[in-house]
Design a protein around this ligand. Structure first.
Ligand code: DMJ
Length: 614
């Protein structure tokens, strides 16, 4: 269309320069159409060069046949081709003469032969590459020199035996035990699987306590029964910390290859959980189908900070042991993504949407939903023999913001860690949060600005507060959550916060404080807790949680949690052992108390430590 017609009728004529510009534009349009045409022709017309190459190939063989003298090398080649053709023709004729049934039988024989050949080649799971075993020290007996301490330690060992034997008798192979009903038990974190969670979680405790017969029993069950091809939707976090952590620790302590193989088989099943738009894994994955999703209750379809942030230790070990960079890359990708995000007040919210990569509700906690994310930053640094300084720096920054916004002193002088909810501090602390006392003490050495003394002191204050939460109950066992509000100091208010489910966090902090200070009060507090557990939680079929620690006549919840064997009893046993049993210079405990050896990464390059990919 002429350019002039584009002008509306009563519009002043366009200036000359504009018309010329439009002409240029049309010319440009025609030129680009021409280029596109040439481009298309180049790609879509038959590729002559290929035909040429093909013809040349034939010429190489055929042309000499035409010109070659009789009896020459080309003639013998021609005879060979002719013979081949004739043989093929003959075979085809014979095939055509055969009946349909005969042909099918032939195909079947051929197929079985191929399968047989494949079987011969496939000699089971591929062996993992040999790697240097990290220095495994301190798997000693750890017997304390003091007879009264030894007596206490023996008592803890006896409690472990009761918990294990009861599970062995009434719940063997199930995930957990109902010690009153005397039958197996499971929860939604394990889907509808029966994967012997208690066996896997308890293995290293049995080993450390020298309960070798029991350990062997557990190993046999794992060899014969532990199968991850089940149609069960499990929690990625729980399976990682309990199963992968438990199997890896059992492997490093005992050197039995089966544990390593099982850990790797399971880890492969967890990998599909990372197939999200951001690479932040789903909370749950179906072990068979690989389909993942998030908890219905989590803010706007979010994944949980303490869940996707508690994979690092185990995944680094998996890459170390298998040479497969995927595990390392997945967790480093999470770290990189978090580093790029804005943090409200320097705090990490507990919820992150794996589709959009945006934070969900602004709720920050050092207890449930947040806790072990901070723990794994510190432990990543320790586990790398203090070479992963990026992890240490991230930990230091996070703790600095937590101290500023979440840690307060109550009117009665108790230091507590509250929960930050949309700019408001809730003066409530969970039993889970009590692990932080140990974490602060563990992170004291290496803290910035030489604040080691400050963090050790903070650890001691948290230990004291948590001990108070136990001491102010009737049973001398701590409630699930306690308040520092309206005159209340370290006591639970709501009925649904008064339960104790055999959790380890307070005892865990006593143990770390003991290792760093050797103040006898920590052994004393640990012993008080052990006695209370034995008195109020022990039943003939094992150990049970109780529903109200403020009642002298409590009812049982009838669950023997697997972490009672993995953590609570292990930390108690270590509290009454000498320090040379699992020394902290050589071992780092995962969040389920499974010890993993320090990897001297200064001398090793992990495969995949180049830029992370998803
Ligand atoms: C354990 O499974 C782990 O310690 C986890 O990090 C949170 N809490 C439970 C035990 O209370």
């Amino acid at each position: 269309r002429p350019v002039a017609l584009v002008n509306p009728p009563n519009h002043p004529p366009l200036p000359k320069a504009t018309l010329r510009l439009s002409e240029k534009f049309i010319l440009l349009l025609i030129l680009s159409a021409f280029i596109t045409l040439c481009f298309g022709a180049f790609f879509f017309l038959p590729d002559n060069s290929k035909h040429k190459r093909f013809d040349l190939g034939l010429e190489d063989v055929l042309i000499p046949h035409i010109d070659s003298p009789k009896g020459g090398k080309h003639e013998s080649l021609r005879d060979k081709i002719r013979a081949d053709h004739e043989r093929a023709l003959q075979e085809a004729k014979e095939k055509l003469r055969k009946s349909r049934e005969e042909l099918q039988a032939e195909i079947q024989t051929e197929k079985s032969k191929v399968v047989e050949d494949l079987k011969k080649k496939d000699t089971g799971p591929k062996p993992l590459p040999p790697v240097p075993m990290p220095q495994v020290v301190g798997v000693s007996d750890g017997e304390p020199p003091e007879p009264d301490v030894k007596e206490k330690r023996d008592k803890i060992r006896e409690m472990m035996k009761h918990a294990w034997d009861s599970y062995r008798q009434y719940g063997w192979g199930h995930n957990e035990l109902k010690p009153l009903a005397k039958k197996g038990h499971s929860t939604n974190i394990f889907g509808n699987s029966q994967m012997g969670a208690t066996i896997v979680d308890a293995l290293d405790t049995l080993y450390i306590m020298g309960l070798h017969e029991e350990f062997k029993d557990g190993q046999e069950w794992i060899e014969q029964n532990l199968d991850f091809g089940v149609n069960a939707e499990v929690s990625v976090f729980e399976v990682n910390i309990r199963f992968i952590g438990g199997l890896l620790a059992a492997y490093y302590l005992s050197g039995q290859e089966v544990f390593k193989l099982k850990a790797v088989q399971l880890a492969e099943k967890l990998l599909p959980a990372f197939n999200t738009p951001t690479g932040i894994p789903w909370a749950m994955v179906n072990l068979k189908s690989g389909v993942g999703r998030n908890w219905g209750w989590a803010s706007a379809g979010s994944s949980i900070l303490a869940e996707f942030g508690t994979l690092h230790m185990e995944f680094v070990h998996l890459t170390y042991l298998t040479g497969n960079p995927a595990y390392y890359q997945k967790v480093m990708h999470i770290r990189k993504l978090l580093a790029k995000m804005d943090r409200p007040n320097g705090l990490y919210p507990n919820y992150l949407n794996p589709r959009t990569g945006r934070w969900g509700q602004h709720h920050t906690s050092v207890g449930g939903l947040g806790d072990s994310f901070y723990e794994y930053l510190l432990k990543a640094w320790l586990m790398s023999d203090k070479t992963d300084t990026e992890a240490r720096k991230t930990y230091d920054d996070a703790i600095e913001a937590i101290e500023r916004h979440l840690i307060r002193k109550s009117n009665g002088g108790l230091t507590f860690i509250g929960e930050w909810k949309n700019g408001h501090l809730e003066r409530k602390m969970g039993h889970l949060t009590c692990f932080a006392g140990g974490m602060f003490a563990l992170g004291a050495d290496g803290s910035p600005d030489d604040k080691a003394g400050h963090y050790l002191q903070l650890g001691a204050e948290i230990a004291h507060t948590c001990h108070e939460s136990y001491d102010r109950t009737v049973l001398k066992l701590g409630p699930e959550a306690f308040k520092f509000d309206s005159g209340l100091e370290a006591v639970a208010v709501r009925q649904n916060e008064k339960y104790y489910i055999l959790r380890p966090e307070v005892i865990e902090t006593y143990w770390y404080m003991w290792r760093f200070t050797h103040d006898p009060k920590y052994r004393q507090w640990g012993w008080e807790a052990a006695q209370a557990i034995d008195k109020y939680c022990r039943v003939s079929g094992g150990f049970s949680g109780v529903k109200d620690v403020y009642s002298s006549n409590p009812t049982y919840d009838d669950v023997q949690q697997s972490f009672f064997l993995a953590e609570t009893l292990k930390y108690l046993y270590l509290l009454f052992s000498s320090d040379n049993l699992i020394p902290l210079e050589n071992w780092v405990f995962n969040t389920e108390a499974h010890p993993l050896p320090v990897l001297h990464l200064g001398n090793i390059t992990l495969p995949g430590s180049e830029p992370a990919q998803r």
